[in-house]
Write a protein that binds this ligand. Structure first.
Ligand SMILES: *[C@@H]1O[C@H](CO)[C@@H](O)[C@H](O)[C@H]1NC(C)=O
Length: 325
């Protein structure tokens, strides 16, 4: 009797860790911006809900959100939010249409920087990326904590691209300051920018453009257009990592949180040759320190050989998941 109970205890511990602990993870959302943001969280259809779909995060504040195994969805930050006389809560960027702080199944209105996750995906991996395919509203990074696997690295966009945003992509707030930067797809709606239609609806046909290269140069590891998979999708072995999602990261805080153990994917998380780095904290900056260079006046170029090699591996997963970023 006593023997049997003692034998069962380790088994039940093992089972509970298999079915809860080992297959769940934690997202820690940190606001390093100088202003309040309101994160939004959207679960993909058919995946379990999280404990929250939206909340306020004051400057310097962090909040942990537990995610069940096999969760997939998106996490972003809303900015410049307020509640009107009728009690309706809205945000100038990233609004989810719920009229309340909880998004309750609403997604982010573009332009908005997005962190995208598919936990417990194919091959025993968590897949994640930061996407600027729907434009950008603020800098954000995803930093895996303690993860394993060669693709388990920091990704995201350190740069406040609102400042150098090309004039025809800028979204101005009430006071005239740029509050977000549209994608070319949203701004112009052309099939070649949206990777849509019979002519441009495949990875082979839809290539980077001068507009997507503007985002890619500023944020080399983030998705700059829908088929930017080769350099923009990251993986950690499922169950090995929790994830820090930091809004307006500073380069120094990032260095301390990254540690030295994660593998370095093909592209740097910051492009040291971009002259507006280090000016990402002040959204009211004059912008005079960045002169839009020939980089987004030149025509598009094809991905390099490294990108093409990596593309083959990652596209398999993307085709399987049939998920458009
Ligand atoms: C960095 O940006 C420059 C132009 O601003 C670009 O030519 C270069 O390819 C970028 N490097 C990376 C790694 O993205």
């Amino acid at each position: 009797m006593a023997m049997a109970a003692r034998a069962l205890l380790p088994v039940s511990l093992l089972l509970s860790s298999l079915f809860s602990g080992a297959l769940s993870t934690t997202f820690t959302l940190t606001n390093s911006c100088s202003y309040t943001v309101w994160p939004g969280l959207l679960s993909s259809a058919g995946t379990p809900a999280l404990g929250t779909t939206g909340f306020a995060l004051a400057p310097g504040e962090s909040r942990a959100v537990d995610a069940p195994g096999a969760w997939s969805g998106r996490i972003w930050a809303r900015t410049l939010c307020s509640t009107n006389d009728q009690g309706r809560f809205t945000c100038a960027t990233g609004d989810c249409g719920s009229g309340a702080i909880e998004c309750s199944g609403g997604g982010a209105a573009p332009p908005c920087s997005l962190a995208e996750f598919t936990l417990a995906g194919s091959g025993g991996n968590d897949f994640y990326d930061v996407s600027l395919v729907d434009g950008s509203n603020l800098p954000m990074v995803v930093v895996p904590q303690g993860g394993g696997g060669s693709g388990c690295g920091t990704t995201g966009c350190m740069v406040d691209v609102n400042v150098p945003c090309p004039a025809d992509l800028k979204v101005a707030g009430p006071d005239g300051a740029t509050i977000a930067c549209k994608s070319a797809c949203e701004a112009f709606g052309r099939p070649e920018d949206c990777c849509s239609g019979p002519e441009f609806g495949t990875p082979e046909a839809c290539r980077s453009s001068s507009y997507s290269l503007f985002f890619k140069n500023a944020c080399p590891r983030a998705y700059s257009y829908a088929y930017d998979d080769a350099t923009s999708t990251f993986t950690c072995a499922t169950g090995s990592a929790s994830y820090l999602i930091e809004f307006c990261p500073s380069i120094s805080s990032l260095k301390s949180s990254v540690g030295g153990t994660n593998a370095s994917p093909a592209l740097p998380v910051v492009n040291d040759s971009v002259s507006y780095l280090g000016h990402n904290r002040d959204r009211s900056g004059s912008g005079s320190w960045y002169t839009p260079s020939s980089s987004h006046a030149s025509p598009s170029s094809a991905p390099g050989p490294l990108a093409l090699a990596a593309f083959a591996a990652v596209s398999t997963w993307l085709i399987c998941s049939a998920r458009r970023h």
